[in-house]
Design a protein around this ligand. Structure first.
Ligand SMILES: Nc1ncnc2c1ncn2[C@@H]1O[C@H](COP(=O)(O)OP(=O)(O)OP(=O)(O)O)[C@@H](O)[C@H]1O
Ligand SMILES: [Mg+2]
Length: 419
């Protein structure tokens, strides 16, 4: 009987999950767990339990395949550690604790000499090279630069004939995730958030109102975005994702951009740090229906604590009194009218920073979406006309562009000239 039980647990990850991890997967998670294809892609909405499910699959694989290496890769270490922490939680709260030889926050070695490692892909995949892998789990693959997947991750599986799973919320169509999603050679799943019995319709309705239609379609309905007219397409942004949000410190050189928004739109502030000729996005916040005075106090507090070097404010519309007020309270501020011409210069400066990979962005959907939603059209005079897709907000993007402009203004010839 015991032997039979062991055989079942070895052959069936679902029974393994129930009996060993004491975790009951939902129906669609059972399907994923039992899927033995070497190439699997699940395009899913938020919070359906994809990281949890992949953690179970990885543990089962490691336990049943001695001497193998499995990896969890995401664009940033923060993201892959989040999934890895689910692996650790399962192991620490089950009998598998006794099967572990060594365990750290990013690495487990089992007594059967299998290991699971969690890694960031980094911009160029350099953290990954040199590994030979039997199972690569790419969590939130949509945010990883495609070349890292094709040139660093897939080759690791060459000699082991290993498995690759990509589980991700979707993004643009100009990416390997979209092509795999439409490929005959991959086992394909489409799982909107409504599949999860834990997610109620009322919650989804509320989110639709709060985050806007476009982000809702992406994050909860798991639909790809068409970003061919984007001024900041995902292919441009992807190589710039990095863990860069951090607690601000008073000995650093910070610059800020502030878009006060209007009644209907968001007010947004972004703080960046210049370090040599690179810009790191360190802090951002956007909110609707907040009185200007509250944001001004917030910026003033930021300045008192961390000493902003330069602050650029959009003073189009109602922004002028804000600039005056900010000057009165001693902030190092410059106000800008966002005329068509100036918008072109402002966004073009930011775009060049992305093209030259001189800026780092956190992997945050609100910020990414705010940039990606900006579309452009050429005008008859050869300039650009900007708009943003319906149901999106571009306020954070403008605040970021202003913060980078504040760096450029302060640095004379500007960061692009090699200060
Ligand atoms: N079968 C299940 N039974 C009970 N709770 C579950 C189940 N699967 C997932 N959950 C819970 O649902 C929540 C979301 O799970 P998880 O983080 O794995 O989802 P995700 O799809 O990776 O989310 P995100 O989109 O934020 O990355 C967690 O609290 C997890 O414990
Ligand atoms: Mg997840």
């Amino acid at each position: 009987m015991e032997k039979e039980k062991l055989r079942v647990m070895r052959d069936d990850p679902v029974m393994f999950s129930k009996l060993v991890l004491k975790f009951n997967p939902f129906d669609y998670q059972e399907k994923l767990l039992r899927d033995d294809s070497d190439r699997l892609i699940a395009i899913s909405g938020r919070q359906i339990g994809k990281s949890t499910c992949s953690a179970i699959k990885l543990i089962h694989f490691a336990i049943t395949h001695p001497k193998t290496t499995s990896i969890i890769v995401s664009a940033t270490l923060r993201q892959s550690m989040e999934t890895f922490s689910k692996v650790l939680d399962f192991i620490n709260s089950s009998i598998l604790k006794d099967s572990v030889k060594r365990m750290t926050k990013t690495h487990i070695l089992f007594k059967n000499r299998s290991r699971i490692i969690c890694l960031p892909s980094g911009r160029y995949g350099s953290t990954l090279r040199g590994l030979t892998v039997s199972f690569a789990l790419i969590d939130e693959a949509s945010f990883i630069h495609e070349e890292v997947i094709t040139q660093a991750i897939l080759p690791m599986l060459a000699t082991t004939h290993g498995k690759i799973w990509m589980l991700t919320t979707p993004y643009d169509k100009d990416h390997i995730t979209y092509r795999c999603f439409n490929s005959q050679n991959w086992s394909v799943y489409h799982l909107p958030s409504s599949v999860s019995p834990l997610i109620k319709k009322e919650f989804l309705d509320e989110q639709r109102q709060l985050i806007g239609e476009e982000r809702f379609r992406l994050e909860y309905l798991a639909e790809f975005v068409d970003d061919v007219n984007s001024y900041f397409p995902m292919t441009l942004l992807r190589p710039c994702f990095e863990d860069c949000l951090e607690d601000l410190k008073s000995d650093k050189e910070y610059f800020a951009g502030y878009d006060p928004g209007s009644k209907e739109s968001f007010a947004a502030i972004v703080v960046v740090e210049r370090l040599k000729d690179h810009i790191y996005t360190r802090y951002f916040r956007a909110a609707k229906n907040i009185p200007y005075s509250q944001f001004t106090v917030e910026i003033s507090d930021l300045h008192k604590k961390f000493g902003l070097v330069n602050l650029a404010i959009d003073m189009t519309g109602l922004g002028n009194p804000i600039v005056e007020h900010a000057k009165e309270i001693g902030l190092p501020v410059t106000g800008f009218n966002l005329t068509q011409r100036f918008k072109e210069e402002l966004l073009s400066n930011l775009r060049i920073l992305f093209e030259q990979k001189k800026i780092s962005l956190p992997q945050n959907l609100q910020l990414i979406n705010s940039l990606n939603c900006i579309e452009y059209q050429r005008t008859r005079t050869g300039g650009y006309q900007f708009s943003h897709r319906i149901g999106t907000s571009d306020d954070l993007a403008y605040a970021l562009a202003l913060a980078c402009w504040a760096v450029k203004e302060y640095s004379g010839k500007g960061i692009l000239m090699g200060i």
